[in-house]
Design a protein around this ligand. Structure first.
Ligand code: ATR
Length: 264
């Protein structure tokens, strides 16, 4: 029986076990997927357990996506470029870190069937998932990427990492085609205190959060006449890409999968 875990802190609310175990059953794989909340000092041993073949793979979430890197032998090009790892496995006896958040985000956007190339993207936040989003936006040839974060220095660090991003103060709003909430504001129904009243309509409000299904950020966007999308598709697609790396099968993202995760 193969063994997989998702590690993070907090981890109680992670829906990854539900999704992976659903696919494991569906595709008749002899495996089990569980969650763990390790202390930071135990991460090294946990990763070594993959080399010792005690476990077969890990998904990594906040706040460990960067912290796992020193304990790996190799990074995929995407993980290297973003310095962010969400999937680990043994390949040719080497511990390899991958980043499937990038493909997850691109797949989710493409699913919306809107023109993405040449659009202006405005990202709120500079936390764990933002390097993957910026990298993905460069890949799809966004015309401009603007970042605003409460702690400006963290946004400035992303500029150092990626170069072609514009940083503005928290509270300032510029014109955009797509705005992405990548802050944690909304996870507990918090308001996002930004004034969108002058931005007009026909934009896309995208939230990385998928639980709750409609954050206050999305509610405001909708009320102002914009298209909205939550992070559920991105979550499902990053999981499907990780599943493919481990088991060689890319699960379909269908209504049955979406229903499994509750809400819409
Ligand atoms: P981390 O910052 O540890 O990577 P995260 O969940 O990936 O954690 O990111 C949280 C994001 O939400 C950050 O961009 C954070 O802003 P700071 O960098 O200033 O902490 C943002 N955030 C959290 N609470 C916020 C609040 N009350 N107002 C504005 N931004 C907030």
């Amino acid at each position: 029986m193969k063994k997989y875990f998702v590690i993070g802190n907090p981890i109680d609310h992670s829906l990854s076990p539900k999704l992976h175990n659903f696919w494991i059953k569906k595709y008749n794989i002899k495996a089990i997927y569980d969650k763990k909340k390790p202390q930071e000092e135990n991460i090294k041993d946990l990763i070594q357990d993959i080399k010792l073949e005690k476990i077969d793979g890990l998904n990594v979430t906040v706040p460990f996506k960067k912290k796992v890197i020193p304990f790996l032998d190799k990074l995929s090009p995407d993980a290297e470029k973003t310095q962010s790892v969400n999937t680990i496995l043994l390949q040719s006896n080497r511990l390899v870190g991958h980043n499937t958040d990038i493909a997850g985000f691109i797949n989710a956007l493409e699913n919306l069937n809107i023109q993405l190339e040449g659009k202006k993207f405005f990202i709120l936040g500079a936390g764990g998932v933002v390097p993957s989003i910026v990298f993905a936006l460069n890949k799809i040839k966004a015309s401009e990427v603007i970042i605003s974060n409460r702690t400006k220095q963290k946004a400035e660090n992303l500029k150092t990492q990626f170069g072609n991003v514009k940083i503005i103060d928290w509270g300032q709003i510029l014109d955009f085609d797509v705005i992405i909430n990548a802050t944690s504001l909304g996870l507990n129904n918090e308001e996002i205190n930004l004034d969108f009243s002058k931005i007009g309509n026909n934009k896309l409000f995208y939230d990385v959060i998928y639980n709750p299904i409609e954050t206050n950020f999305l509610k405001i966007g909708k009320k102002l006449g914009n298209k909205t999308e939550n992070g559920k598709l991105m979550f499902m697609h990053q999981a499907a890409e990780a599943f493919k790396l481990w088991h060689g099968i890319r699960p379909n993202i269908d209504n049955e999968t979406a229903k499994l995760l509750g809400n819409d």
